[in-house]
Design a protein around this ligand. Structure first.
Ligand SMILES: *Cc1c(COP(=O)(O)O)cnc(C)c1O
Length: 400
């Protein structure tokens, strides 16, 4: 085909939908009140942050919810709430994003990486090996790019070994395994409300748990001073009596402005999940049976949120992957190569996190090298998604 006849995509991969009008109105009302700080409420008033926490607890079915400044903050707060000590090993996925090992390093603990399967989930055989080798008592499980491992099998291993699980649900807000919401298997679930995730407040996050002492520590850690009584989605005051003198304040609160815009978006989340998945399925169908390209088959028990799609180019030489990425980009399609030797933009591989002890995962390296990723913002129409798949398919065929 001559260059001029080739389809070119003109959508913008970083363009999210605008904030809904009702959320803008709620934000303006908060600004008019001047009361932006979460504890700056009138007598008897429950602020936007506390209401958001109640609503997110109800959405996930958790007993307690704390809204915080970012997803990364939630992860660090979770480790502190579990009293992880400096020098302690903490297991996590080799395939994840930098804030995850970063949260472990931030409490002075040591990231121990667990391998990834061709299904892009944590390798449960390697998990068992790493639990016994490291003696770790905490796993920070990242549902990276929304891929959920068999949670019953994972919990069986972790419960058997006395390993507490923190779930990083940055890409699984609104997702579930076997009908149980993501974030509800582990002792703590952490979420992000940053612009690229599923509800958008620029920055922000949540921590959920059913454990009253963990919840009380998290509230104190987040910077509650002695105002924890204002946490209507937090534990009873007696629980704070046990921990209030020994839990440091590591400020990272959510504010009323961001909470106000999140509350409106949370109400629409289930519909948005359907909208993402419709786009995901169009791209998936369009890429099916492309020679050289491996799709990730999604398990029956997994209800995912298709806000991005991944495929593998197994055993392709680097030069060919680079040529494909360049060919797609020329036609307006932004693919991210997680396996690129040099970290770029949001992506990096575990060897790039050199504050952690060097670790070798040869089986995972083959998978990591092959991972291609594409965002699917809701501003793309279904027709646009079909075009994305046609372009990738075409470029894969010529790059091979
Ligand atoms: C975005 C992200 C985080 C951290 O969230 P922030 O709100 O950006 O701090 C953690 N884990 C993963 C997998 C993420 O993609």
């Amino acid at each position: 085909m001559s260059e001029s006849l080739k389809e070119v995509f003109t959508g913008n991969f970083t363009q999210q939908e605008p904030i809904p009008e009702a959320a803008i109105e709620a934000a303006v009302a908060v600004m008019r009140s001047g009361r932006l700080h979460r504890y700056n409420t009138l007598p008897g008033e429950t602020g936007e942050v506390a209401l958001l926490e109640e609503e997110f607890a109800a959405f996930t079915g958790a007993k307690y919810c704390l809204a915080v400044a970012s997803g990364g903050y939630a992860l660090g707060c979770a480790l502190r709430a579990l009293e992880v000590q400096p020098g302690e090993p903490v297991l996590t996925n080799a395939f994840t994003l930098a804030p995850v090992p970063g949260a472990i390093a931030a409490v002075g603990a040591k990231p121990v990486f667990v391998g990834v399967t061709e299904g892009l989930v944590i390798d449960l055989d390697d998990l068992q090996v790493k639990i016994s080798e490291s003696g770790a008592k905490v796993l920070m499980l990242s549902h990276m790019r929304g891929h959920i491992v068999d949670m019953d099998a994972l919990m069986y291993i972790c419960n058997g070994a006395g390993v507490a699980v923190i779930e990083d649900c940055a890409h699984t807000m609104g997702a579930s395994w076997d009908g149980v919401p993501s974030g509800r298997y582990g002792v703590i679930g952490c979420y992000s409300t940053q612009t690229y995730k599923h509800i958008n407040s620029g920055e922000g996050g949540f921590l959920i748990t059913d454990d009253e002492e963990v919840a009380a520590r998290a509230v104190m850690l987040s910077g509650s001073y002695m105002l924890y009584g204002k946490h209507t989605a937090g534990p009873a005051p007696e629980v704070f009596e046990k921990i209030k003198y020994v839990t440091p304040n590591v400020s990272g609160r959510m504010d009323h402005l961001r909470a106000a815009i999140l509350r409106v978006q949370l109400r629409n989340l289930s519909q948005q999940v359907e909208n993402w998945n419709a786009r995901y399925r169009v791209v998936e169908d369009g890429l099916r049976d492309t020679p050289g390209l491996t799709l990730i088959e999604r398990p029956q028990a997994e209800h995912y949120v298709g806000s991005s799609i991944q495929f593998l180019l197994l055993d392709w030489p680097d030069a060919k992957i680079e040529a494909l990425v360049a060919g797609c980009l020329k036609r307006g399609v932004e693919l991210k190569w997680f396996g690129a030797p040099e970290p770029t933009a949001f992506t990096s591989r575990y060897e790039s996190w050199r504050y952690a002890e060097p670790q070798s995962l040869p089986d995972s390296d083959r998978v990591l090298r092959a991972i291609m990723d594409m965002r699917l913002p809701l501003t793309f129409s279904l027709e646009a998604c079909a075009m994305l798949a046609r372009i990738i398919r075409d470029e894969v065929q010529s790059a091979r």
